[in-house]
Design a protein. Structure first.
Length: 192
């Protein structure tokens, strides 16, 4: 856990430094529309589909499919506030261990670092709440706490973006066995 906290701290510092450098170097105004236009056009809606990745010590990873609705609003050209709600799309079974995701709720601050006129890296930091069922150990699981992640977004034009991301949703202990819950997803957002 200490290693993860160090990685997170370095990532946040790198995003902050990169954002400051981008502002100081004039990147925002260098490409016609500019980076500011990419991230501050207004609120957005989106949809992500990916794998809910449950990994517990001593077990193979169980990966049900997860769908998430996303709503967000920019606070500045390089920062947004985002809310998410989702659920699993069926029960996953790995080596006779089953897992079903009932719901996922999350809220994040999203820091964005432009890579060019049509792409940006982003980092997420916030809280997530999960409700899922296992058929092993403590059957009903509810996790809430700090959540973080990172991704890359590509501007497709027409006020839409394509994104790829990884998010750490939760960590915990199931009857003495440590586990992590991650999400790897692909998504689309549309500004209005």
């Amino acid at each position: 856990m200490k290693f993860v906290n160090k990685v997170l701290a370095v990532t946040v510092c790198a995003l902050a430094a990169g954002t400051a450098a981008a502002q100081d170097s004039g990147w925002r105004n260098g490409y016609g529309r500019g980076y500011e236009g990419q991230s501050s056009d207004g609120p957005y809606l989106g949809f992500d589909v990916g794998q809910f990745r449950y990994h517990e010590d001593g077990l193979d990873t169980i990966t049900p499919t997860l769908a998430m609705f996303v709503i967000g609003a920019p606070v500045s050209p390089f920062l947004a506030v985002e809310g998410r709600i989702g659920r699993g799309l069926g029960i996953a079974d790995t080596n006779s261990f089953r897992l079903d995701v009932n719901s996922v709720f999350a809220g994040y601050l999203k820091g964005m670092l432009p890579l060019g006129p049509n792409a940006s890296l982003y980092g997420l930091a916030g809280v997530a709440s999960l409700d899922y069922q296992r058929d092993f150990g403590q059957v009903d699981a509810r996790d809430s706490g700090f959540s973080y992640g990172a991704g890359i977004a590509f501007d497709l034009g027409g006020r839409s973006k394509l994104n790829f991301e990884w998010v750490r949703l939760a960590t915990g202990n199931n009857l003495g066995y440590d586990y992590t819950v991650d999400q790897a997803a692909i998504g689309m957002t549309w500004r209005f």
